[in-house]
Design a binder for this molecule. Sequence first.
Ligand code: 4NP
Length: 152
Amino acid sequence: MRKILFVCLGNICRSPLAEGIALHLVKEQGIKNIVIDSAGTANYHVNEAPDHRTTSNALKHGIDLSSLRARQFKKGDFDAFDEIYVMDENNLKNALKLAETNSHKEKLKLLLSIGDFGRLDVPDPYYGTENDFEKVFQLVYKAIKELINVKN
Ligand code: 4NP
């Protein structure tokens, strides 16, 4: 069983998008035995649905995020998940503060460190334009395909 958690700041833009894309590709590929979730290092948007700009952009690509709700990243996530992919350096630093053991620390990685995407941070689109949301989609989609080993 592979247990994967995606982490950003608010859990309303980047990490729920990563979760939704992963769930979509896993279903499309018929992959079983995988748990996928997302969380934010901040508590600003707890229980909220993803940002409407993320939701509408994802829907254009056939990915429905409407059932997802924001939650805050917590210490217990280190035991509940094997792989924790963080969207940027700032959130990686904040997530590391909650890690109590080396094995917890080792679970944390930048999502874009798993391949060559020309950058390491998924940029925060919150104060950006529609085009920024599309750029985030393309970047996260590529990374998730790599992560779950989709060939084509
Ligand atoms: P996310 O984007 O971390 O990708 O969900 C953000 C969401 C909310 C805020 C910042 C970034 N905020 O400042 O409320």
